[in-house]
Design a protein around this ligand. Structure first.
Ligand code: F6R
Length: 604
């Protein structure tokens, strides 16, 4: 993962880089560091932990340019030595890296044999020493030679003490963008162009081992053979707002509360007799030619994808399947030009998802991105895109993106239902969908009830989340929330699977969180919960208002507004989010930036 940022131009490079890191912290927060050139010498300051720690100890002189890094540890512990920037053995070259060098062990052994000492456990230090080995006065040339030996995915920024005007950038399968402002007085380089500060930029996206020599307001780009190339830039308007919590204690809570409005925004202008996505550049004729769907995602986005397949099946009678992207990329799928691949992602930067999508493109499939972040790699690489319109999601734990993904999947299923002339009443379902934001508002007004229940359950370390049909992915998503932010062991199962193994775990210290809002399977889950009750596990049930039998079965019940099964995940997921939030709060964990995680997972 990791976020990299660089600046050369008329402003103070340290200030610009610190601001850049602030917006890149979502990519990892194990350590941060900043380095640059001052009077022909490389100066570096780095710190373990979050950016606030670096800010406290920042003691750099005025730099001529700067590179900055926020780390999500892959190779080597979280400590000062492994923080970036990393220096070569002579202290002349500094490098920051995002990605993984797969053959670093072998390269390191060779360098050690040649007498090069190492001071970190990182794969990245191998690269900076390789560059130093090949350096003969031209940094770009040395990097080009080093690239010939590297296997893996990466984006690097490199500086040399004798070249105080230039940052050299290169990338292979990791996002890296270079922006020059319109008056050509400064250049920024970042893992994410949305972190550029200012209004509009000419932006170059590097790929396939292209190398860029970046100076103030100017970029020279070379292809993988080190031949100078003219690359087209894109003019981007950056809407950058400093993230604020708006009075909420955490971004997660703020984002949970935003859901009525983010769902309304996801619906806005997309239904007028039929379903319509303004930004979608794929025609009805194309969609009519499609015979099946393959939906890809990771984590929360994969849970939305599973619900997507249920919706396609139920509402549009459309054959569709779903796969976790990290598995999909190594499968041998049966795809054709008549398969539409739908890639679901909040960030649009998840490495496994991008790789799986690229694999599918090799079969000649068209790809449709469902994505929140404009200017992301997924948006650039897919044949068409539908935006979530959820606004920036800052909390590592995804909430509003999930319900926006669900909204888009419902609209898309209704679109296909129309196209395929299924018998369902599209207008009636859309009308019911319009009531969902108000349902969520009712739940949010009763958050204290959930907080009270969460307090009771916060003492447990093990949980099983159960659901059937639409409530299964909802239970899985809710268990993921709890795991991520409270570090409790929360497993999730189809309620019918309980008796095939997991029931052995149950007992008074193993609570069950039951998602019961799926009408079709109501009687079935009631029986499953009787089996749980017989094993004395405490039961917290989330059930629709009319399901009053739950009172006699569960220890605690939270009633949600009633709706049709395909729409039931919304309210129940929000209860799951609040339950996880209040348990984490009770347990005192770092809710917005939980340990070991990052918002955007850009390594495999
Ligand atoms: C969970 C969570 C992760 C992400 C996953 C995919 O709360 O945030 O599981 O959903 O890393 O990320 P995107 O959607 O950005 O591809």
């Amino acid at each position: 993962m990791c976020g990299i940022f660089g600046y050369v131009g008329k402003k103070n490079p340290i200030n610009v880089c610190m601001q850049g890191l602030l917006h890149l912290e979502y990519r990892g927060y194990d350590s941060t560091g900043i380095g640059g050139i001052h009077n022909g010498k490389i100066e570096i300051c780095k710190s373990e932990g979050k950016l606030a720690n670096l800010k406290k100890k920042l003691d750099l002189p005025m730099l001529e340019l700067a590179i900055a890094h926020t780390r999500w540890a892959t190779h080597g512990k979280v400590n000062h030595a492994n923080a970036h920037p990393l220096l070569d053995a002579s202290g002349s070259i500094a490098l920051i890296h995002n990605g993984i060098i797969e053959n670093y062990q072998e390269l390191k052994e060779n360098l050690i044999k040649e007498g090069i000492p190492f001071s970190s456990e990182t794969d990245s230090e191998v690269v900076v020493n390789l560059i130093a080995k090949f350096y003969k006065g031209d940094l770009a040339q040395a990097i080009h030679k080093a690239l010939g030996l590297l296997k893996g995915i990466f984006a690097f920024l490199v500086i040399h003490k004798d070249h105080p005007q230039e940052i050299i950038a290169t990338a292979q399968d990791c996002p890296l963008s270079i922006g020059c402002n319109i008056d050509k007085s400064e250049s920024m380089i970042s893992s994410d162009p949305n972190t550029f500060q200012g209004d509009s930029y000419d932006i170059f996206f590097l790929k396939e081992k292209e190398i860029a020599r970046v100076t103030s307001g100017c970029v020279e780009i070379f292809d993988q053979h080190l031949k100078s190339i003219r690359k087209r830039s894109e003019r981007l308007e950056i809407e950058q707002q400093a993230p604020t919590k708006n009075g909420f204690e955490h971004f997660m809570l703020k984002e949970i509360f935003e859901q009525p409005s983010t769902i309304r925004r996801a619906l806005l202008g997309r239904f007028n007799q039929g379903i319509f996505f303004e930004e979608l550049q794929l025609s009805n004729v194309f969609f009519k030619s499609i015979e099946n769907l393959w939906i890809l995602g990771c984590g929360t986005s994969s849970h939305a994808g599973v619900l997507g397949t249920y919706l396609m099946e139920d509402l549009a009678r459309f054959p569709s399947s779903v796969e976790i992207a990290s598995e999909a990329r190594y499968r041998n799928p049966i795809l054709s030009k008549k398969t539409l691949v739908i890639a679901v992602s909040q960030s649009g930067e998840t490495a496994d998802l991008l790789a799986a999508t690229r694999e599918a493109q090799k079969y000649g499939c068209k790809t449709l991105g469902i994505c929140n972040v404009k200017n992301s790699t997924l948006v650039r690489e897919t044949s068409g895109v539908i935006f979530l319109r959820a606004g920036p999601e800052i909390s590592v734990c995804s909430t509003k993106a999930f319900t926006a993904q669900l909204t888009v999947f419902i609209l898309l299923s209704l679109y296909f239902a129309n196209l395929r002339n299924t018998q369902i009443d599209v207008g009636a379902i859309y009308k019911e969908l319009l009531t969902i934001p108000a349902h969520i508002e009712q739940i949010l007004e009763r958050q204290e009830e959930i907080q009270k229940i969460a307090k009771k359950y916060a003492k447990f370390d093990d949980f099983i989340f159960l659901g059937r049909r639409y409530m299964l992915p909802t239970a899985q998503e809710s268990a993921l929330k709890l795991k991520e932010i409270s570090y409790a062991n929360a497993n999730s199962y189809a309620a019918g699977e309980l008796k095939h193994g997991p029931i052995a775990l149950l007992g008074p210290n193993f609570p069950v969180i039951a998602f019961c809002a799926n009408r079709q399977t109501r009687a079935k889950i009631a029986s499953n919960l009787m089996e749980v009750k017989a094993r004395q596990s405490p039961i917290f049930a989330i059930a629709p208002v009319e399901f009053t039998e739950m009172e006699a079965i569960a220890d605690d019940v939270f009633y949600v507004p009633s709706t049709i099964d395909p729409l039931a995940p919304f309210s129940s997921a929000v209860v799951g989010q609040l339950f996880a939030y209040y348990i984490a709060k009770e347990r005192g964990s770092d809710i917005d930036q939980p340990r070991n995680l990052a918002k955007s997972v850009t390594v495999e």
